[in-house]
Design a protein. Structure first.
Length: 376
């Protein structure tokens, strides 16, 4: 379909002082020593290298000799790195069993090298959520502009803008590029079943003994906004989790909005864009809507997703947009090896590229409900 489109995210210790505790009090105990039944606070802290260090609980959970330290491991990573380096950029510093880049969910061949990157920043505003680097996956170039050496994008010609897009693979659809059930239609917005320029990073991670969940921050961008909102070309990002603690052990996406919609320009989270402008004017047929964006447009500046122009009904707007930083959390089972796949693709053709930033992978010590929320 490439000819069909014009280029135009405390451990609390409670002492229950009931009758049982009082009855074990030893009046002969050495003066100044605590009653034996009350124990020692340190006895509840059992360091183990198989644990992660829970921030703020005053315990050296992982037994590395330092209390409450949160490690980072991305300071010296190059822009071009393998998938294990990409995992480190997210904050996965321990427990990584395997990491692989592919051209999609069922693919085994690698994507174009330029589709993944490790950056110290993205544009004028966006900085890493932890450490010194963040990870980038893209259906185009995983850089601020849609070319490896570009330092700007030209709104007049859309050169190096994600709104024009580049073909990163062979221009043909990728069979099995998306996971089962995807691409997924959203409401009345029909979607093509063809996937192009997909990139996936598959991570197998050993869950610490004291973890019952994880969270990961992400920020989705697309050059399809505003003219291709609610069309068959809407690109998507999914976070595909396999864990015995989630969904009965059946792998599924954990990154979605309140209406259970996957991340795309149709998501309610997509609000780094121009408010009050018409969208959807290039649909076949067009589905006209008026944007309700209210996010910070400065997050698009100095990236190829800014590109102001007259896209729908002669109204000036950005030529792209984003969700801003979101965080997804989900349950996992202590000690298991979980599988997490981060996957983004072009839908319908290899034009009008989309990008996702990912960072700050964190283990959670408490029972965790699956959710995606906006970071404040």
């Amino acid at each position: 379909m490439s000819g069909a489109r014009p280029i135009a995210l405390a451990l609390v210790l409670a002492a229950a002082c009931g009758e049982g505790a009082r009855s074990s009090f030893d009046p002969e105990a050495e003066a100044g020593a605590p009653p034996a039944s009350f124990g020692d606070a340190a006895s509840t802290c059992v360091p183990d290298p198989a644990n992660f260090d829970v921030p703020g609980n005053g315990c050296d959970d992982d037994g590395d000799g330092v209390v409450d330290n949160t490690p980072t491991c991305d300071a010296d990573l190059p822009v071009f790195s393998d998938a294990a380096g990409f995992a480190r950029a997210l904050g996965v510093c321990k427990g990584l069993r395997s990491a692989t880049f592919t051209r999609g969910h069922a693919a085994t061949t690698p994507p174009a090298d330029g589709q993944h990157g490790i950056l110290p920043a993205f544009g004028k505003v966006i900085r890493p959520r932890e450490g010194a680097r963040l990870g980038v996956l893209s259906t185009g170039w995983a850089r601020p502009y849609d070319d490896v050496q570009a330092t700007s994008c030209d709104p007049a010609t859309l050169t190096h803008c994600f709104k024009q897009g580049v073909q990163m693979q062979n221009g043909a659809p990728t069979p099995g590029g998306a996971p089962p059930g995807y691409p997924k239609a959203v409401g009345s917005c029909a979607v093509s079943d063809q996937v192009f320029d997909a990139i996936s990073v598959k991570l197998a991670i050993e869950v610490p003994k004291n973890a019952r969940g994880f969270s990961l921050d992400f920020d989705f961008y697309s050059g399809e906004w505003p003219d291709y909102v609610c069309t068959r070309f809407n690109d998507a990002f999914v976070m595909w989790l396999s864990s015995s603690a989630f969904n009965g052990g059946v792998p599924e996406n954990v990154a979605f909005d309140a209406a259970q919609r996957p991340l795309s320009v149709n998501s309610a989270f997509f609000d780094r864009c121009t408010v009050g402008t018409q969208t959807g004017c290039k649909g076949q047929p067009p589905i006209f809507q008026t944007s309700t964006c209210g996010g910070d447009l400065s997050e698009l500046e100095e990236t190829g997703f800014y590109a102001p122009g007259l896209y729908c009904n002669g109204q000036l707007s950005t030529g792209g947009g984003a969700t801003g930083w979101l965080t997804t959390q989900a349950a996992v089972t202590p000690g298991e090896v979980m599988s997490l796949e981060l996957l983004i693709w072009d839908t319908g053709d290899p034009k009008f590229d989309s990008t996702v930033l990912v960072d700050r992978f964190v283990w959670l010590p408490d029972d965790t409900q699956t959710s995606t929320t906006r970071l404040r």
